[in-house]
Structures are given as C-alpha cells and as structure tokens.
Design a protein around this ligand. Structure first.
Ligand code: GDP
Ligand code: IMO
Ligand code: MG
Length: 429
C-alpha cells in the first residue's frame, strides 16, 4: 500500500475475488477497472458464499468504498440485481461509486453476442454471451452509451434513436430479431438511471484524490492476462485490457500511481471457453483436479477445462504486468497426487520456446516440456493450521519445493499461499 493492483495471470478464475477481499482488510478504496458481468468472483466468508460479477470484491469490508471504473461495461439491470442480492445476504452497500464514463450494455449487445458467436465457427471464443464484446466494439467505434447518458433522458433518447435502427438491421442481417421496442428499452434504461443516479460520478477524480490523501487503494482486475484484448489468446480472449496497463485507462490513474502489482496464480491452469490449451489434461488426473477444485464457472456454470501449471504463461504475465509478488491459490487441490508436472517451456519445430506465441497455428503445434516434482500428502485442517502458524517452514517439504520451483522460474516471490476458499485459509510466506 498505498496502492496495489491485483491481476489474474492465467485465463481467469485464479481466485482474484477471494484475494481482493483478503487484501481489502486495510483498503480504503477497491476499484474495478475493466470487464463486465462476464466476471464471476466467489468469496466465502464463514457459512456465507457471495458471487460477485460487477460489484468490486471489497464490498464485503465495511472500511471500503467500492468503485466501478470507466473501463467497465455495465449491464445496469444485472448490477441492480446484484446489489439487491447482496442486501438480501445482509451486506451493507456502503459507498459505491460508478464512473460516469463507463459504457452501458444494451439488450441488443447481448443478442449480437450470441448471433456473432454462432456465425464465427472455429473463431468463436465461447463467450459468456453477456454482450461484453459488442459493447466494447461500440465503445471503440464511438457508438456506445455511457452511464452519464442514463441520467440524461434527452441524451439517452437522442443516442438510442440513432443506434436502435442500426442495431435492429444488423441483428436481422445475422438472422435474429430485436423484438423489444425502442420505447421499452428507453423507459427501462431511464429507470435504471434513476435508481443508480446517486452512485454515478467522475470516479477518476475520487481515486486520484484518495491517492493524494494517502489512502490505501486496491485495484482489482477481472479475467486474466491471457484473456487480454491485445496480449491474450486472440481471438479466443475477451475484449478489455486485463493487464496492469488497463488499470491506467480503466480507472483514470497515471502509471506511476500504481505502487505494487500482485499476480494471482492458480497452482494449475483452468480455462472456460475455446482455444488451444497446451497443458490441458484429458485423463483421470485432470478429472480429479476439476472435481476437487470444483472447476465450474461462477458466471455461466460451464465446466472449466483444467491442466498443469504453465510457466510460459506466468512468465509472460510477469513481464507484461511488472509483478512484484505472487499469490498462489488452490495448491490444496493438488494434495495427494503422487507427482505434479509443471510446464517450463514449449518445443516447436525442434526449437525451445519460452514466450507465448501470437499465432494460434504455432500455439497448436507447441508441445509442453514438463518438469516433474514429487507430490505432497493430503492435509487435514489441523495440518493447515500448523502451516499457517509456521509459514514457509511449516509447509510439507514437497509443497515448499513446488513453490520454490515456481519462484526460481519466474524470478518473483510467492507472498501468500491460499489453501481453501475461506477468508482465513492462507499461509503468509
Ligand atoms: P476469480 O474469478 O479469479 O475471482 O475466481 P473464481 O471465484 O471465479 O474461482 C475461484 C474459485 O476457487 C472460487 O470458487 C473460490 O471460492 C475458490 N478458491 C479460491 N481460492 C481457493 C483456494 O486456495 N483453494 C480452494 N480449494 N478454492 C479456492
Ligand atoms: P473472471 O473475472 C474465465 C472468457 C470466456 C470466453 C472469453 C470471451 O471470473 O476471472 P466474453 O464474454 O468476455 O466476451 O468471453 O473470455 N472469460 C472468462 N473466463 N473467467 C472470467 O472472468 C472470464 N471472463 C471472460 O469464457 O472464452
Ligand atoms: Mg471467476
């Protein structure tokens, strides 16, 4: 602190939500800076499970002001439902600020998302169909609606009356229908605007003022580096900038105001969606990891594909994001395996490859080269309590060796080992 940024280093679902909640214990602001309700973050506190999509993962801490930055695409209906759901679970929605520059997901974005996915064939990303890509596309083509428009009825009507017929024609050209009349969309979105109006302001002003005042600001990334629009597994990636740099544009802060960057690394790899996955497992070990790790998407419920840890991916993320430390999650899921493999590099056309390739045709031909380490036994809750008390020296020898191997290969220390979904299930190393 005072400012820390949390990024996912793989293909999302590394446990960023849990770690953001953990590190938010002494934060004043928690700021989301990209993505939308394609994100799904599960946080477990005692007997309660919270599933967040748009609301920053600091919302469960009373000390935190939650900020939704300009880099997000917001489905206001989903956001209002999420806030209601949190209130029903007893969460006090303290201060929540939504950037007036964040873009708004419209009903036609969701329809277009589905229709384009169907037309794309092998180029489809397996999107969450939440309208994320079409909304970011409208942002880039300057055809989008922003949160400031939701609280300006005349402006909302002016913009929608221009975009609606264009979107309707496009949807029909793709073989679909936009059967919600424009007037209905207008009145629904004006209502959302009325309900959210008191949260909407210039978030960048607030964030920079908080930093000027020496407050602790935690920036929370969604998705993961390998889903980044520029550096991710194109075209099977998402549509926002998920790397450290995305925080500058998506929250409106200069790079030098980001003090430290924490990369969340799952102890193995998982993926929801399409595209080549070099270390993917199709055997009983993969089945076991998926079952023990409960690898089902928080947003869509889809089964996640799983594979061994891929250090090519993590080194790439460390370089792009300037990681200062790593939080390693879900190492508990690997307990009891006799041996554990880690991909150190790929082999392509007789050459060793250490950098993730841009071309999917090259990636498909990359053969992972593994280093095999001995596993560690299943640990009881008492064993984990001893690990928490003992820190690095309290860990089983082979788990400590797994961590050391990762650190040596990436050149970055592992700061925390998360060993369960619960808020307190962490070993500080
Ligand atoms: P996010 O999108 O990065 O926030 O991750 P998700 O919440 O989508 O997926 C991570 C899942 O793993 C959630 O169900 C978490 O409750 C759970 N989880 C997080 N850390 C750990 C851990 O260290 N061990 C285990 N077993 N589960 C964890
Ligand atoms: P969190 O924040 C895992 C994936 C989708 C798809 C691709 C594009 O929970 O880590 P989109 O709907 O964004 O256009 O889909 O990106 N994807 C995620 N995978 N975790 C996420 O978020 C994801 N958000 C998007 O499965 O392959
Ligand atoms: Mg998730």
């Amino acid at each position: 602190m005072p400012s820390r940024l949390i990024v996912g280093t793989q293909w999302g679902d590394e446990g960023k939500g849990k770690i953001t909640d953990l590190l938010a214990s002494n934060a004043d602001l928690v700021v989301r800076f990209q993505g939308g309700n394609n994100a799904g973050h599960t946080i477990v506190i005692g007997e309660k499970t919270f599933k967040l999509h748009l609301v920053p993962s600091g919302i469960l801490r009373d000390n935190v002001t939650s900020v939704i930055g300009n880099g997000l695409v917001i489905d206001p209906e989903v956001l209002l439902k999420e806030l209601d759901g949190l209130r029903e679970l007893g969460v006090k929605i303290g201060k929540l600020v939504i950037s007036d520059r964040a873009h708004v997901i419209m009903p036609y974005h969701k329809i277009i998302d589905g229709l384009e996915e169907e037309k794309k064939g092998s180029l489809a990303a397996g999107t969450t169909r939440r309208g994320i890509g079409p909304c970011y596309a409208d942002k880039a083509s300057r055809f989008g609606l922003r949160m400031c428009d939701l609280i300006d009825p005349a402006e909302l009507e002016r913009k929608l009356s221009i975009s609606y017929p264009v979107k309707k024609a496009y949807i029909e050209a793709l073989g679909g229908t936009l059967d919600i009349p424009m007037e209905d969309i207008l009145s629904a979105y004006l209502k959302y605007g009325e309900k959210l109006a008191h949260h909407i302001s210039d978030a960048s002003v607030l964030i920079n003022q908080a930093l000027d005042d020496g407050m602790n600001v935690l920036f929370e990334g969604a998705q993961g580096v390998h889903l980044d629009i520029d550096h991710g597994i194109y075209p099977h990636n998402t549509s926002s900038a998920t790397i450290t740099g995305g925080c500058c544009t998506g929250a409106g802060v200069p790079p030098k105001r980001i003090n430290t960057v924490v990369g969340v690394v799952k102890a193995y790899t998982s993926r929801v969606g399409t595209g080549h996955f070099p270390t993917e497992l199709f055997d009983d070990v993969g089945e076991q990891i998926g079952t023990v790790g409960k690898e089902f998407g928080t947003t869509t419920g889809r089964q996640r594909r799983v594979g061994w840890l891929d250090l090519v991916m993590i080194r790439y993320s460390a370089r792009l994001c300037g990681l200062d430390s790593i939080v390693l999650t879900k190492a508990d899921v690997l307990c009891g395996l006799s041996e554990i493999k880690v991909c150190t590099h790929y082999e392509y056309d007789g050459q060793d490859v250490y950098d993730f390739p841009a071309s999917m045709r090259v990636l498909e031909k990359c053969v992972p080269v593994y280093h095999t380490l001995p596993g560690w036994p299943a640990l009881s809750s008492e064993d984990w309590a001893a690990c928490r008390a003992g820190g690095r020296n309290g860990l089983p020898k082979n788990l400590a060796a797994y961590i050391t191997f990762i650190e040596a290969n990436i050149g970055i220390p592992v700061e925390i080992l998360s060993h369960g979904p619960g808020r307190d299930e962490n070993v500080h190393l």
